[in-house]
Design a protein around this ligand. Structure first.
Ligand code: GDP
Ligand code: CA
Length: 333
């Protein structure tokens, strides 16, 4: 059983960790289920000369049991002595947290990239460090081509200016009105090795409750990915990141509105309508109208803890199995 997941940061990582646990508890899936995670790289940014990949790092730390659980990103038991010193020196953005242990990741990544390794190769090394292969998880960046999501906002003279997505999201807390999103480098990017094959050859493709515009939307924009999703024989099952019209965390609403997309589970499903087969929504959204041909199931969509994330992943696996024509196993409550 090959499962391919397109993921952003926190929502994606928590869901995939739940998926790992759900698969471990599900012998019905046969021996050696394997998970390929295709991670968003649009959030990537160069800070104090170092290449930072926030979504890939959140996936690594979460799946490797090294994440700060309360925050959802960054390392557990982290300190910020280095960034304190950088601030004293007047270097580096004070709005972006770079923890000391986290800086180790960015230093290693930047060194390996400077030595000529691709982001895929770097990510594979980091995934080894975090024990992902032993958990049956392969982590691929969506593309090895450097891309960066920018947000076009108003400037003071009535014109416009583009700022890095992280500056808009972290420094301005997504409060600056958005004219549009652009992704530098995306049109000329190529999918990273194995990405398109992982979609085409999957038995099941899952979209976790990641941001539909700046996480999953970026991966879908990598040339070839959307076509692969349309063409795959695997069912594509997604989980809504919006519950009752609101994101659980983050600012997905501020990303959808500028696109003219309804801020709802149905609005997000509409963005995926050309390839989506199954859609998990919250009980609060059960009565809405969804794109035709999409099988919708309503349940409690909140991942309150790790068992809650595993329960959500199991619901996605069950819907996938149903769509493949294999009934879900009977489980004791
Ligand atoms: P980011 O890169 O850290 O912003 O993370 P993602 O793009 O992976 O995920 C952000 C999305 O996850 C937000 O739109 C949240 O609404 C959604 N999310 C977070 N926690 C939950 C949860 O428990 N349940 C559901 N359904 N969505 C969630
Ligand atoms: Ca992100």
């Amino acid at each position: 059983m090959q499962i391919t997941v397109l993921a952003g940061g926190v929502g994606g990582a928590r869901f995939v960790r739940g998926l790992v646990h759900a698969l471990a508890a599900d012998p019905a899936l046969g021996p050696d289920p394997s998970i390929t995670v295709i991670g968003n790289t649009g959030d990537d940014i160069t800070l104090v000369g170092l290449r930072v990949c926030p979504d890939l790092d959140t996936l690594l730390y979460t799946l490797g049991d090294g994440v700060d659980e309360d925050q959802g990103w960054g390392r557990a038991q982290e300190s910020t002595r280095v960034s304190g010193e950088l601030a004293t020196l007047g270097v580096g953005p004070e709005w972006f947290t770079l923890g000391d242990l986290d800086l180790g990741t960015h230093l290693a990544r930047s060194r390996w990239l400077a030595q000529g390794m691709t982001l895929s190769q770097v990510t594979a090394r980091l995934a080894d460090r975090w024990g992902l292969p032993a958990r049956g998880v392969r982590l691929l960046p969506a593309t090895d081509t450097p891309i960066e999501t920018h947000v076009v906002v108003d400037d003071e003279d009535g014109g416009e200016r583009a700022i890095h997505f992280q500056e808009w999201w972290v420094k301005h807390r997504a409060a600056l009105p958005v004219r549009r999103f652009t992704v530098a480098g995306l049109a000329g990017a190529t999918a990273a090795p194995h990405v398109l094959d992982a979609v085409r050859g999957a038995d099941l493709v899952l979209l976790p409750p990641s941001n539909p515009v700046v996480s999953i939307g970026i991966i879908l924009g990598v040339p070839g990915v959307r076509e692969a999703l349309r063409g795959t024989r695997a069912p594509v099952v997604g989980v809504s990141p919006l519950l009752g019209g609101r994101p659980v965390r983050g600012h997905a609403d501020a990303c959808l509105a500028p696109l003219g997309v309804e801020v709802s589970a149905a609005g997000v499903a509409g963005l995926y309508a050309d390839f989506l087969d199954g859609w998990l929504v919250d009980d609060a959204d059960a009565a809405a109208r969804y794109p035709t041909g999409v099988q919708v199931r309503a349940l409690d969509l909140l991942m309150r803890d790790q068992p809650g994330a595993a329960r959500l992943a199991r619901a996605a696996l069950d819907l996938g199995r149903e769509l493949r024509g294999t009934p879900a196993p009977v489980r004791r409550a």
